[in-house]
Design a protein around this ligand. Structure first.
Ligand SMILES: Cc1cc2nc3c(=O)[nH]c(=O)nc-3n(C[C@H](O)[C@H](O)[C@H](O)COP(=O)(O)OP(=O)(O)OC[C@H]3O[C@@H](n4cnc5c(N)ncnc54)[C@H](O)[C@@H]3O)c2cc1C
Length: 413
């Protein structure tokens, strides 16, 4: 053991400074109040302070940092969506993940190992051709592969030859990957805090005061603060927070569950998902097999997990990889996902001139954490909505300009 480490261990006091300060007292006024200390709120705080020199920012989090959906997600990162608008947006997100460790000086364990979506019939293959061509045109790596390629990309997969779920091919997305969710959130928090952003945990926003077409203040369980601008980034509580500002955001909330097995030696080197089985798997850096699927079929504000879903996910996973049937399930959990009618987010302006929306992230928002934070910081700092997020405006529902991604979010988020 090096002597310095021994000396350090024997000290009575430790010269260590935390990444973020303990929750400070609330000031009466901030230039920007961010409601929600998940990945998105923290990323926005980082970009406001690092790119736009705005440090008078309070991130208001009712629980602990990034304890909402950011903590519960299965970390699929990809850009192989259906519409050109979505592909352009998520492509920027994937690129920002590639730079994130440098940007934050924090190891976020971004692992760009590729994502394979399986096709079990010809009609799925036809839709994959469309997605691959649209993706290539938009500059991402997406290609249709046959059964032989699937075998090579993912040894050990049950191809079910001659069976009802025979794998006939897939959509290979070499840009896809994963990152460590809590590292992403803490990396943004640490950088923002370094530039003067205040992070207020256990600070619940109870009301938003409005006057003259603007949000004037937010009322919290720790006091009232006036804000020059306000961002709503509340994950599963976005609909309710909108109502506090008098805005009805078209969101319905559904629980989404996932689970992990005990850790095993690394064998699964890609992200794998099956549309027909509504199941996807990824092996974490710890060796645990993370298994997820579709949302619960009913609206609910609850984070309990169910035996029903455990059975469904386990059946899908064991069908794809029969040899994992003996693994023990270590944890199962759920988050409340804020689903929009077209399975795309709602970003940008609201009916109040200084209140901005970062909502409708449903089952797909982790991958967008850096790009949403960056682009919403731009909105707040300049008052202008960048072109790349204009298609995701709230008013698209009034003008029927939907960005329909239902077919691309169903199985693998
Ligand atoms: C099981 C599961 C798997 C998922 N898998 C993926 C995936 O593989 N890939 C992907 O891209 N996405 C995935 N998602 C979706 C993703 O997790 C979310 O879209 C994303 O984390 C949203 O981040 P956020 O910062 O907007 O919300 P959150 O992380 O939920 O943060 C919002 C914060 O707001 C706080 N808050 C709420 N109300 C108040 C209030 N009144 N006052 C103050 N604070 C408040 C909450 O406590 C919370 O911490 C998954 C979600 C779940 C549940």
């Amino acid at each position: 053991m090096p002597l310095s480490l021994l000396k350090y261990g024997l000290r009575r006091t430790y010269p260590v400074t935390g990444d973020i300060a303990a929750t400070p007292d609330l000031k009466p006024h901030y230039d920007v109040g961010i409601i929600g200390g998940g990945g998105h709120g923290l990323a926005c705080a980082h970009y406001l302070s690092s790119r736009h020199g705005i440090g008078s920012v309070a991130v208001l989090e009712k629980g602990y940092l990034a304890g909402g959906n950011t903590a519960r997600n299965t970390t699929t990162i990809r850009s192989n969506y259906i519409t050109p608008q979505s592909i352009a947006f998520y492509k920027e997100g994937v690129e920002l993940y590639g730079e994130m460790a440098q940007e934050l000086d924090f190891n976020v364990m971004f692992s760009q190992r590729g994502q394979l979506t399986l096709a079990h019939n010809d009609s799925t293959m036809r839709s994959f051709h469309l997605r691959a061509e649209t993706g290539k045109f938009a500059g991402i790596r997406a290609e249709v592969v046959d059964a032989g390629d699937v075998r090579r990309l993912c040894p050990g997969l049950n191809m079910d030859e001659g069976g009802s779920l025979e794998i006939v091919g897939g959509l290979w997305h070499a840009d896809g990957g994963t990152a460590r969710h809590d590292a992403v959130a803490w990396g943004y928090a640490a950088q923002a805090a370094r530039r003067g952003v205040e992070i207020h945990q256990r600070t619940e926003v109870l009301a938003i005061e409005t006057a003259g077409g603007k949000a004037t203040a937010v009322v919290t369980n720790r006091g009232r603060i006036a804000c020059g601008q306000v961002l709503i980034a509340c994950g599963g509580m976005n609909y309710d927070m909108g109502l506090k500002a008098g805005i009805e955001i078209p969101i319905r909330c559904y629980p989404l569950q996932a689970m992990v097995t005990q850790p095993v030696k690394p064998w699964l080197h890609t992200l794998v998902s099956s549309v027909s089985l509504h199941t996807y798997l990824v092996q974490s850096s710890r060796g645990e097999v993370v298994i997820g699927g579709g949302s619960d079929p009913y609206q609910l504000y609850a984070t309990r997990s169910t035996l029903d879903m455990k059975e469904q996910l386990a059946a899908g996973a064991v069908h794809l990889f029969p040899f994992i049937g003996n693994l023990k399930i270590l944890r199962q959990w759920a988050g409340i996902t804020d689903m929009t009618p077209d399975y795309s987010p709602i970003m940008g302006a609201s009916p109040l001139s200084n209140l901005w929306l970062d909502c409708g992230w449903g089952t797909w928002g982790f991958k967008a954490t850096p790009v949403a934070g960056k682009r919403l910081a731009e909105c707040i700092a300049t008052g202008r909505v960048p072109d790349i997020i204009k298609p995701f405006a709230l008013d698209r529902f009034a003008s029927f300009s939907l960005v329909n991604e239902m077919g691309a979010t169903a199985a693998s988020h």
